[in-house]
Design a binder for this molecule. Structure first.
Ligand SMILES: N[C@@H](CCC(=O)N[C@@H](CS)C(=O)NCC(=O)O)C(=O)O
Length: 76
């Protein structure tokens, strides 16, 4: 499963979501407005920054929207 931690109104998150839609990849979106999601983000990533991608299948996680878009493109 591909999880993307996001925040409402975050342009970098919107960029990743747009790219994923164009590529045809479904992301499990988790908004950090929910405290549980924020706690998960902090546990998995170590800092409060979105977007943050977690690819559970591959054991990969990353911050930085440009890196995330490149990673999604590489998975096609
Ligand atoms: N260079 C980063 C910038 C990400 C960024 O600035 N994210 C903001 C939201 S738009 C953030 O996480 N701020 C901390 C917060 O909102 O708590 C990227 O391209 O992903």
């Amino acid at each position: 499963m591909l999880i993307l931690y996001v925040k409402t109104g975050c342009p970098f998150c919107a960029k990743v979501l747009r790219a994923a839609a164009e590529i045809g990849i479904t992301l499990d979106e988790r908004n950090i407005a929910d405290e549980k999601n924020l706690a998960d983000l902090m546990e998995k990533g170590g800092k409060r920054q979105v977007p943050f991608l977690v690819d559970e299948e591959k054991g990969v996680s990353m911050y930085e929207s440009d890196d995330i878009v490149k990673y999604l493109e590489s998975r096609i």
